[in-house]
Design a protein around this ligand. Structure first.
Ligand code: MG
Length: 264
């Protein structure tokens, strides 16, 4: 096929423009001296990145307190009697956790594959078999329990693996115990966004409204025993913090001739 030539009437003005314009414009500089970001080697197939704390790798439950009655089967930790809590505390973090609802599915509503991931021991991201299983929407899988449903239901069927990837921002408290800023959560289930920077109203109990009570900056992640043998695998967490930098001068424009023009 013959490619149409660009009309000369278009090419000539373009060439003249290129010749007249300087090679580059002014450069904006923000005046911040950034610390070089650490190098992190990403994991393969959802595995832990190089700087992650591995909470369960299929072999042992040593990262958890209270796991005496949980067991390991085929590389998965199976929910037993009593909640389990990480020995280490976490504040702002990125969590990856894979979970599989019991099969064959038994029970209905909240009684079907119920567990939960509690951030800071207090704030529940619901784990439930919500595949063809209706319950109150702010109690289905991916809900912040009794605060908001997930944006969508991205469940895979029981017996297969669901993945939560969560960005958690811890609440901040003032010295007098009052709330400075709420907890925020962003979560994907199986790669689908289910919670987008949702501001939590407080903790997530069954019996009363949510509330905030001042607590430590870092607290355990808890997995709930709700009487159903939900399985978990490939659990890892990364402490997260913002990039570090220092404002060493005011923002400025660097001109082509090297002159620097401060910006107010
Ligand atoms: Mg639950």
């Amino acid at each position: 096929m013959k490619t149409a030539a660009w009309p000369i009437s278009f090419l000539v003005p373009l060439l003249i423009t290129c010749a007249v314009l300087p090679a580059r414009g002014d450069e904006y500089l923000n005046g911040i001296e950034w610390k070089e970001p650490a190098v992190v080697t990403p994991g393969e197939n959802g595995g832990p990145p190089s700087d992650a704390v591995v909470l369960f790798d299929g072999k042992d439950l040593s990262a958890w307190n209270g796991a005496e009655n949980w067991k390991i089967e085929n590389g998965a930790m199976v929910c037993g009697r009593g909640d389990v809590r990480t020995k280490e505390g976490f504040g702002d973090c990125q969590l990856h956790i894979e979970w599989s609802s019991p099969t064959p599915a038994t029970g209905s509503g909240q009684g079907r594959g119920n567990s939960g991931v509690f951030f800071m021991d207090a704030y529940e991201l619901q784990v439930l078999d919500s595949y063809n299983n209706t319950t109150y929407f702010d109690g289905q899988a991916g809900a912040i329990y009794k605060q908001t449903p997930p944006a969508v239901n991205a469940m895979k069927p029981p017996g297969t693996w669901n993945v939560y990837d969560v960005i958690w921002t811890a609440p901040r408290f003032k010295d007098d115990g009052s709330l400075q800023s709420p907890a925020y959560i962003t979560a994907l289930q199986n790669g689908v966004l289910i919670l987008n920077h949702f501001a939590l109203k407080g903790d997530t109990p069954y019996t009363r409204p949510p509330q905030y009570t001042k607590h430590a900056d870092r607290l355990p992640i808890r997995l709930q025993d709700h009487g159903n043998p939900t399985r978990f695998r490939n659990i890892w967490v990364r402490q997260i913090k913002a990039a570090e930098g220092k404002q060493v001068r005011k923002p400025y424009l660097k001109k082509d001739d090297g002159a620097e023009v401060p910006l107010e």
